[in-house]
Design a protein around this ligand. Structure first.
Ligand code: PRT
Ligand code: ZN
Length: 287
């Protein structure tokens, strides 16, 4: 086994590929031109990228064929491999949920007693049903689970839901969440020291990337006598930067806010006399 670089497994094609590559790119890991269908080397980080089917990634990591990988948490939990969940990545959010035909008289989970449920996630579903004390027949299907009820194969399904439009267009309704999921970085439990240091470096960069996505840089002008009120609204990481404007009695304040808070704060800032408010994306953020 080569110990001088980190082998990173990502999905070969599918929903995770583009965002995985974009995140690695933001972390300074760029694939060089020697890129083929199976593997690629990187110019500026000692790593190799392996392109695999997402379902195979947990086993390859457990076996040490790859050192780390990016995969949906739903796949990690289903595969039950002995691997480490290193960090959540904040993309490919979805949920695994139970759904039934629209005319199914569902009241609670007991409505599924004795029913046939189609899924690609038999272990997660079995666990969930066991905890709920429900006995049902699980039918394992590897794709197009949503059509199982309409072709008479099952009474219900347990599948990934994101917007819910697939369920809707197949005459199904979501009745019970089973697990939440997002893309995660997973790792082999027995990395050597060199690889462990590379993994730590990667996680550090990923955390900076994740934080930057949740925060925005904010710049505004305000009357100097409003400084204290504005600091309370946008306290920033340590404290905001305050610069005098050429116009006497006015200052410019620079700070960082969470994107989700923006619309809440903006009216309060205006009430303090803030003007010329700019909110700009942050590329990396290290606290
Ligand atoms: O070929 P390979 O085996 O590698 O890929 P795959 O076909 O198994 O997986 P892929 O690319 O479809 O999804 C990879 C991962 O993305 C999943 O394991 C989830 O963690 C995550 N993810 C996020 C999703 C979705 N959103 C999603 N919407 N995976 C699948 N879907 C499907 C779902 O199965 C259903 O058919 O999209 C449909 C539902 O979407 P909505 O928006 O209509 O609700
Ligand atoms: Zn798959």
């Amino acid at each position: 086994m080569n110990s001088s670089y980190l082998k990173i497994a990502i999905q070969k094609s599918g929903r995770l590929l583009e965002k995985s590559l974009a995140m690695l790119n933001e972390c300074g890991i760029r694939i060089n031109s020697g890129y083929n269908q199976l593997r690629a080397v990187c110019d500026n980080f000692p790593c190799e990228i392996l392109f695999l089917r997402d379902d195979d990634i947990p086993a390859y990591i457990e076996d040490g064929v790859a050192d780390v990988g990016i995969v949906g948490e739903n796949v990690v939990v289903e595969k039950q491999k002995d691997i480490l969940l290193a960090t959540r990545l904040g993309f490919a959010q979805c949920r695994l949920a139970l759904a039934v035909p629209r005319d199914f008289a569902y009241t609670d989970i007991k409505s599924l007693e004795g029913k046939r449920i189609a899924t690609s996630y038999p272990k997660i579903l079995q666990n969930f049903l066991d905890e709920a004390g429900i006995q049902a027949e699980i039918h394992i299907i590897s794709g197009s689970v949503e059509i199982a009820p309409s072709i008479g194969l099952a009474d219900a399904i347990c599948d990934i839901v994101s917007t819910g439009s697939t369920l809707l267009s197949n005459g199904l309704k979501e009745v019970q969440p089973v697990m939440k999921s997002e893309a995660v970085l997973v790792a082999n439990h027995h990395l050597n020291d060199f690889k462990q240091k590379l993994l730590d470096k990667l996680i550090f960069r990923i955390n900076a990337y994740k934080k930057a996505r949740y925060y925005k840089y904010i710049l505004l002008n305000a009357p100097a006598d409003q400084l204290q009120a504005i600091i309370e609204l946008i306290p920033g990481m340590k404290s905001p930067t305050v610069l005098p404007l050429a116009e006497p009695g006015w200052i410019s304040i620079h700070s960082v806010i969470q994107e989700d808070d923006f619309w809440e704060i903006i009216e309060k800032l205006q009430a303090c006399g803030a003007q010329g408010i700019l909110v700009v994306p942050i590329e990396k953020m290290i606290l």
